[in-house]
Design a protein around this ligand. Sequence first.
Ligand SMILES: NC(=O)c1ccc[n+]([C@@H]2O[C@H](COP(=O)([O-])OP(=O)(O)OC[C@H]3O[C@@H](n4cnc5c(N)ncnc54)[C@H](O)[C@@H]3O)[C@@H](O)[C@H]2O)c1
Length: 381
Amino acid sequence: MWKPQGVDTAKFSNHQPDHPRTLVTGGAGFLGSHLCDRLLAEGHEVICMDTLLTGRRANIQHLLGHPRFTFLNHDATTPINLRRLLGFRVGVTSRESSESFRLDYLLHLASPASPKDYQRHPIHTLKLGALGTHHALGLAKAHGSVFLLASTSEVYGDPAVNPQQESYWGNVNPIGVRSVYDEAKRFAEALAMAYHREHGVEIRIARIFNTYGERMRADDGRAFPNFVVQALQGRPLTVYGDGSQTRSFCYVSDLVDGLCRLLQSQDIGPFNLGNPEEIPLLKLAQVILEVTGSPSGIVFKPLPSDDPGRRRPDISKAETTLRWHPKVHLREGIERVIPYFRSQLINARVDSPPKTGESPGIRPRRRNLLSKLEWFLRPTS
Ligand SMILES: NC(=O)c1ccc[n+]([C@@H]2O[C@H](COP(=O)([O-])OP(=O)(O)OC[C@H]3O[C@@H](n4cnc5c(N)ncnc54)[C@H](O)[C@@H]3O)[C@@H](O)[C@H]2O)c1
């Protein structure tokens, strides 16, 4: 008899109605893992589905023994037979049988999110927006679940209006290097609306703006981790173009709070969720240099194509309807995440295997370099 590895089916035999059951696709990623934490803290039974393509097991390691948490390594672009994945067998009665198995919420986050990641996996990104969203919506339809789509500010493309309101239709180059992500998310929104209109699926659409925080990969290529890592390593910070292009950065706990409020609301959205504090990227680099106390300089490189010139959410709809407003100011958020990135760099250094022929201890020629790095990695008060 087929039984999925690592899935404790006993967990699913005593589902309590007061523990909503929630599936998070992409739950081992940066945002997904914080959402899993929050949902568990609120009493949900959480099923995290992820292939670890851009996420990491380390993000959910602390949850693996939790009685209300299950990890499923499943590709969301393929059909999702949740009962089978969880090991239910037709005809087997348990306190909660296969037939009465219920999924209350489905949060669809599975998708590479950083330009470096989605340009490395362009077709998979499009498949996740199309097939992944289709399978997830089908599951939500079958279970009568509330379906939340993690969409993005990238649906606005290079916006001709600033700040961006949800009513703005966007300015996307459909064949540019960013289109695989932008169009995947635009398609996903259209598909969610179609399931809502045709099948009555309860949907919620969140248009997430740039978010930062602990568990971002230090090498994910986005401006925020790039700047912080370069500053901590004492390397020049790379600014593309003249750095006048703006972004708005939201701290992860604020974003997760916004998503949870949206999940509980009766309004399908779309809702802009992000921090309206707009900052040019050159200024962000300067603030990060200041906060880290790094002596690094700044180097300028050519602007990649289709890089949006301005990005700032108008969040008045979320403020009014969800009573949500981000609390963490950018400078405070940067101070909070520095220790995390510092620890990532230390771990990467400890984990890096010795080169061929080198002894596993600290090699003399590298000792000098490491001691230089110590300064940048030193704990600050
Ligand atoms: N972080 C942001 O600033 C931001 C901004 C806008 C929108 N979003 C959206 O939020 C979601 C999460 O973003 P993130 O920053 O946490 O990115 P992330 O890359 O850390 O997380 C995405 C997760 O999806 C998983 N995944 C990829 N392919 C999969 C597949 N076929 N099946 C199952 N899982 C798969 C990855 O392994 C990863 O864990 C994405 O949908 C993204 O578009 C994020």
